[in-house]
Write a new protein. Structure first.
Length: 917
């Protein structure tokens, strides 16, 4: 306590020096909606407001009607922008700083702007893709204000008005104020935002805001006949790193007019609202003689704090770290205690409710690309806000996938969209796109070579444009491409060799015919295209188009059956790997309700534990199939010992909180008197260990590119554990048998049974009594010092890299069973990479790339942890290696190689463990 006061004192000196100047408005975004005037200064706050023109193009401007105008109505409320059209209209706020919390405030004054006085009106507000608040306007002369503390995860955010069918949305002003990092502590961060419920300045006579409050929070006066006001002109020390209430706010307080008890209440919109409060107390009277002020603070009868004495001309606060809920009204009572001579006081309080961040925003690369496409072609439609999220507001013409972490765009249909000019290079930035329909437009110029980088592209329809030039052979390298329609364009006759060959053997439907482009085919159905009109076209062409469509569909279905690896979006099998269809999640908000199973259910799921997949340190692992058809792996813990129960529960708890595409996700768990089990998603291709050790056939060996990809996936998973988790987690048992592979060879890290968390950010290591891990993978430094750091995982990862390169286990069998590092040493000194690299690769690898990975592995396994790279650095290096690999792969004649890859993907390496087969 003493420490804290000393610190406060030092801080206050510093702030006093800084505070002598007017606070800065740098970073403020102040928008007067519906005002055509470009810029003006607010006479009271001296904050500069700008017109909303540069932030939105939809909607129309209105002035409020004169009967509601008087001198107290601020300029920003005199006009508004209303949105009669579109379900969602968004302000695009480009100037926010990424990774900073903002106060976001919107105001609404109806003022009978449309002369219809049609009230009440009701609509929703979103920040980005997440619901913020429902606005209900019933009084035309009232100013409604909503405010949130929200974290900008990108350098762009949006505020959207949603028409929910109960009136036309409108808005009068929009203000964003950057908050200092750390202000409001855990209340607002990358995974949490809060909505203001109330902010009251007790005993004040006027609003307090900027410049008194450098963050422009608005503090509303709060008074009651049963209270008397105390105030001071003396400077109150408000220095603090957590809430920084303005001095002006602390200079007034209230105390009961009579008696020894002060009470006030707070209304929540719903008992389910999760609330956070901050109560501020400052003693404003110099207490002389034996005068004392001591009180208890209770909320709904529950004591929150006892024997509290506010500090004189400094301030104290009470806040909660866990939200409270359960009532629609909260009654606060401050009660003077028996040894107090004075009644209680309070200076101010704030209450916030938790905002649910349920949606993930679309991948930022996809968003940038779509914004450029929208700009280039001046596309109107409903293209506002996030392209994919929330799902019900997906932009017209787009299809998206919503897993595993960020929504991604998989299809763009701009056929008959009135597009002119060249094909935007931004289409090539939609990395996950599977179909692109641009037919029946007025596009000219060449096809950008960069479209050949869209490795997932299956359908490219550019028919009926005025495109010229040559057909880039990059399209022929696209191994996933199934339909390429260039009919009705004027290309040079030359068709690239690779494309012609694929077309000859029926691997691609390639069209480049002279067709009548005045006939517009029926729109290609997209999954959410409800508004499709029946086209009025000549019957024969409809039939023709239908036949073509059927043929294409049949072709695609056949093909996708043949190439199992690339299961189409809607293929239904009795028990499918649904790892591609995980529930929506955001990087920030990882609230998986993991399911609790009973023993009986596990029996059903596993068909009486009939299929054993393996045996781990933990117990047996069984295969199971949920009611939904989803396959799972169930790790049962033997009940023979009670030891480890706490660790087990901690792991289950931990696992429900972390989520990353490269970590095996927990589906649920079972804890009852009969069983203790963890239910994981099932990984088709089993562990990396099995895939490397499978000496059965060279054909099945992972190729170099696949190994790089797996290394990168695993590194990303590990980096997430080290840097993305709060508190950070050390895995402690990274090895090839804990890296599992999905059907599509995506790698995920498993088995967090030995994981340890750092308890605070500044802790650099965890001391353990005992070294755990797997022989061959254990960090020698940890072995010596018993101090576990994230660099111990880096060491183990280095060993995994060596295994990927050499195909050898960490303890290489043979005379003396030597460690893999010793095993490579002789070849390393002679500089002979061929002796080191796995012979199963049959020499098919790029030596430069292999050297790079080898070097990385050696850095990771450096003797001293401090000399090893961080996982972030590892990820960056692996990414660049993989990109080079892809580039060189493209520059070769990939025609046959590309198809080898798909066959490998479709091979039948069995489920989870070798024992399953
Ligand atoms: C946003 O930033 C740009 C460039 O930094 C600047 O010109 C513009 O005035 C800013 N807009 C607002 C509203 O602050
Ligand atoms: C001015 O307008 C505000 C808001 O419309 C209203 O609350 C206030 O009573 C009005 N004041 C006067 C003096 O008319
Ligand atoms: C915002 O992010 C985009 C893409 O991530 C980048 O191109 C742009 O330069 C960034 N703008 C600022 C002001 O940082
Ligand atoms: C101190 O308290 C006693 C009784 O509690 C009272 O009689 C006395 O007047 C007080 N002194 C002052 C200076 O207030
Ligand atoms: C204040 O709280 C203390 C400790 O909880 C309790 O003993 C005391 O009776 C309370 N006093 C009043 C006036 O509520
Ligand atoms: C009042 O009594 C409580 C409990 O005995 C004690 O902690 C506190 O310091 C006292 N305060 C004063 C001002 O005497
Ligand atoms: C197609 O482009 C050529 C020039 O590249 C131009 O001469 C011709 O008029 C265009 N045709 C149409 C229908 O726009």
């Amino acid at each position: 306590m003493l420490d804290r006061f000393l610190l406060l004192f030092a801080l206050s000196l510093m702030l006093a020096l800084v505070n002598s100047q007017q606070p800065s408005t740098a970073g403020f975004i102040s928008i007067d909606c519906g005002n055509a005037n470009s810029k003006y200064l607010d006479p009271i706050t001296k904050i500069s407001y700008v017109s909303d023109d540069q932030f939105i193009s939809a909607g129309s401007n209105f002035d409020i009607s004169s009967e509601h105008i008087n001198s107290t109505v601020p300029t920003r409320e005199l006009n508004l922008r209303s949105f009669p059209d579109g379900l969602r209209n968004c302000y695009r706020l480009k100037n926010v700083s990424q990774n900073r919390a903002y106060l976001v405030r919107a105001t609404f004054m109806h003022g009978n702007y449309d002369g219809k006085n049609n009230l009440p009106t009701k609509f929703d507000l979103h920040i980005g893709v997440n619901y913020w608040k429902t606005i209900i306007i019933s009084d035309p002369s009232a100013i409604y204000t909503v405010e949130a503390l929200s974290y900008a995860t990108a350098n762009l955010t949006s505020v959207c008005l949603i028409n929910t069918g109960s009136g036309t949305p409108f808005i009068s002003s929009l203000e964003l104020r950057p908050l200092r990092n750390g202000l409001y502590g855990e209340y607002v961060n990358a995974s949490q935002s809060v909505v203001l419920v109330t902010r009251r300045d007790m005993g004040a006579s006027d609003n307090v805001r900027f410049p008194d409050d450098p963050y422009d929070r608005v503090w509303n006066p709060s008074n009651d006949p049963s209270w008397v006001t105390l105030s001071t002109d003396l400077k109150v020390d408000n220095a603090d790193d957590l809430f920084e209430p303005p001095i002006t706010v602390l200079q007034t307080a209230v105390t009961p007019a009579t008696g020894r008890q002060l009470d006030f209440s707070l209304d929540a919109a719903s008992p389910d609202d999760k609330l956070y409060h901050v109560l501020y107390f400052t003693e404003l009277q110099a207490l002389t003689g034996n005068a004392t002020r001591v009180f208890n603070i209770t909320r709904n009868g529950e004591t929150r704090f006892s024997w509290y004495t506010p500090p004189y001309l400094s301030y104290g606060y009470i806040y909660n770290t866990e939200p409270f809920e359960g009532y629609s009204r909260y009654q606060y009572v401050l009660d003077a205690t028996s040894n107090s001579t004075l009644p209680p006081i309070i200076n101010a309080f704030e209450v916030y409710s938790l905002m649910h961040l349920t949606q993930a925003a679309t991948d930022s690369g996809d968003v940038d690309a779509m914004e450029e496409i929208k700009l280039q072609y001046q596309i109107k439609r409903n293209w506002m806000g996030d392209p994919c999220a929330p799902k019900s507001y997906t932009w017209d013409g787009l299809n998206c996938v919503y897993s595993p972490d960020y929504p991604r765009i998989t299809s763009v249909n701009l056929s008959s969209g009135g597009l002119t000019g060249e094909i935007s290079r931004s289409f090539a930035m939609l990395k996950d796109i599977k179909s692109l329909y641009l037919s029946h437009n007025k596009l000219n110029g060449p096809i950008p070579d960069s479209l050949g980088s869209l490795s997932a592209l299956q359908v490219l329809d550019l028919s009926c444009n005025n495109l010229t030039g040559t057909i880039p052979d990059s399209l022929g390298y696209l191994s996933s491409l199934q339909v390429l329609n260039l009919s009705g364009n004027n290309f040079n006759a030359y068709v690239p060799d690779n494309l012609r060959k694929k077309s000859d053997v029926g691997l691609i439907t390639f069209r480049h015919d002279k067709i009548d482009c005045t006939i517009v085919p029926s729109p290609v159905p997209t999954s959410d295209n409800k508004k499709t009109k029946t086209p009025i076209i000549l019957i024969p062409s409809v039939v023709g188009a239908l036949l073509l469509l059927v043929a294409v569909v049949v072709f695609i279905v056949r093909r996708s059956r043949k190439l199992q690896g690339r299961a189409s979006d809607d293929s239904v099998q009795p028990c499918v790997d649904q790892s591609q269809q995980r529930p929506d999640s955001t990087k920030q908000q990882v609230l998986f309700e993991s399911r609790k199973f009973t023993y009986k259910e596990l029996e059903n799921i596993t068909n009486n534990f009939s299929r054993v997949m393996g045996k781990g340190g933990f117990g047996m692992v069984y295969h199971g199939c949920l009611e939904t058809g989803k396959q799972v792996a169930i790790k049962m813990r033997s009940l023979s010992s009670q030891q480890g129960m706490m660790e087990f529960l901690a792991e289950a708890q931990n696992l429900t909180k972390i989520y990353h595409r490269n970590l095996v996700s927990l589906v649920g768990y079972c804890v009852d008197k009969n069983c203790l089990a963890l239910v994981y998603e099932y990984m088709q291709r089993g562990s990396l260990h099995e895939n490397l050790q499978d000496k059965a056939g060279r054909a099945k060996a992972l190729n170099w590119g696949q190994r790089l990809r797996i290394a990168l996936d695993a590194a990303q998973g590990l980096e997430y554990m080290h840097k993305g988790c709060r508190p950070p987690i050390i895995h402690r048992d990274i090895k090839t048998s804990n890296i599992l592979l999905s059907e599509g060879l995506e790698a995920r890290i498993a088995d967090f049974g030995l994981s340890k968390s750092f308890h605070s950010d500044d802790q650099t290591h965890v001391s353990t009594k005992m070294v755990v891990g797997t022989p061959g993978y254990i960090d020698p430094e940890y072995h010596r010092t018993y101090q576990l750091t994230d660099k111990s995982d880096v060491y183990s990862f280095g060993i995994v890299l060596l295994e990927l390169i050499t195909g050898r286990p960490p303890i290489v069998p043979g005379p003396g069973n030597i460690h893999i590092m010793q095993w490579i040493a002789p070849s390393l000194s002679s500089g002979n990479i061929d002796e080191i690299v796995d012979e199963n690769l049959q020499g098919k690898y790029d030596p430069t790339s292999a050297w790079k990975i080898l070097e990385l592995a050696l850095k990771c396994t450096a003797d001293k942890g401090s000399q090893r790279p961080t996982m972030f650095e590892v990820v960056m290096l692996l990414k660049s290696c993989l990109e080079q690999e892809i580039d060189s792969y493209k520059s070769e004649n990939i025609y046959s190689k590309g198809f080898n890859v798909s066959q490998e993907t479709a091979s039948d390496i069995g489920p989870f463990g070798p024992s399953a087969r």
